[in-house]
Design a binder for this molecule. Sequence first.
Ligand SMILES: COc1cc(/C=C/C(=O)SCCNC(=O)CCNC(=O)[C@H](O)C(C)(C)COP(=O)(O)OP(=O)(O)OC[C@H]2O[C@@H](n3cnc4c(N)ncnc43)[C@H](O)[C@@H]2OP(=O)(O)O)ccc1O
Ligand SMILES: O=C(O)CCC(=O)C(=O)O
Ligand SMILES: [Fe+2]
Length: 361
Amino acid sequence: MAPTLSTANFADPAEVTEFVVNKGNGVKGLSETGIKTLPDQYIQPFEERLINKFVNETDEAIPVINMSDPDEHKVAEAICDAAERWGFFQVINHGVPLEVLDNVKAATHRFFNLPVEEKSKYTKENSLSTNVRFGTSFSPRAEKALEWKDYLSLFFVSEAEAEQFWPDVCKNEALEYINKSKTMVRKLLEYLGKNLNVKELDETKESLFMGSIRVNLNYYPICPNPDLTVGVGRHSDVSSLTILLQDQIGGLHVRSLSSGNWVHVPPVPGSFVINIGDAMQILSNGRYKSVEHRVLANGSNNRISVPIFVNPKPESVIGPLPEVIAKGEEPIYRDVVYSDYVRYFFKKPHDGKKTVDFAKK
Ligand SMILES: COc1cc(/C=C/C(=O)SCCNC(=O)CCNC(=O)[C@H](O)C(C)(C)COP(=O)(O)OP(=O)(O)OC[C@H]2O[C@@H](n3cnc4c(N)ncnc43)[C@H](O)[C@@H]2OP(=O)(O)O)ccc1O
Ligand SMILES: O=C(O)CCC(=O)C(=O)O
Ligand SMILES: [Fe+2]
């Protein structure tokens, strides 16, 4: 249902915040009022906008890797190489049924198309579970400039918990998406682990690399002045690995480690975008790179994306793996409790690669 507030009622910036953040209309609600000018609190500092001279003026591209290539050694090598040199890659022929991807995308649209009264049941204030959170921007109370994105974040605890607390319109599809992706995730972690001398993904290692799962449903509505703001600001993920499903609109940009250019990640039908997160950078003692990325706002299309954040367990202690520093390599990170690390990330606005300093020696 379209919000009833007319754009004329937004003379005072505080009313925008009230409508978007506190009343739960999100930027989707704001966009659907037909607003013609971006409210001041969404205007990002010049250097944070994606209109610098490097964007789209590069022929660099993140690797696209065919996971069904019969030469498995070549696949493993390509993945480890991309994790070291880009921190990002796309995978095709990954074994996750395309129907599962279509279903979770449809479920994402269903959730965000719910009336505001329904979505608001899942805000931090109203949600019956701390593992289910509907919100907007990233950290609205801490941010000087807000981001043009709404999200539903679902932390997986058990099927029973999800059955009870996740929204009906998307829970089965989100669970299926998580469950059907696990074989691919294990494969990726096996390849990445072997290259770090981790012989097998046993129970201990599985718990460390993929002991907890969070899935976010992201919605980026049409923005009146996309050049003045961002969908998501510069950040690296705090996960071990992120598996991202994007629709056909585009807008995700990755910072090239070799040139510093912002490189677009073009939508490839049926693919996943995979990126290394901070936890993996720390566990690998900096060998695999958790790379800055950001999302452009769009003036003509709504966009969705559905990342699965594959993480250590909140109570896990993460630091450079013994296998990595066995031969005398100097650890550059200290041991940290993973939930302390994530809490630090969530408490501040997006600030590029700064979160990882929390774990620096
Ligand atoms: C939303 O836009 C985003 C999100 C991201 C995410 C990137 C990732 O890599 S997410 C993967 C993170 N890993 C995990 O969630 C697994 C480990 N989880 C934990 O250890 C805990 O669940 C916890 C995250 C530490 C939360 O524990 P707890 O302290 O019990 O919970 P809270 O008090 O509710 O939260 C503390 C603080 O964090 C903020 N917050 C919590 N959850 C979320 C969430 N899902 N999305 C956004 N913010 C969240 C919350 O604001 C709380 O602060 P308050 O001031 O509100 O109290 C990347 C890019 C994006 O744009
Ligand atoms: O929407 C995207 O393409 C990326 C979103 C993202 O970086 C995140 O949710 O961490
Ligand atoms: Fe991200």
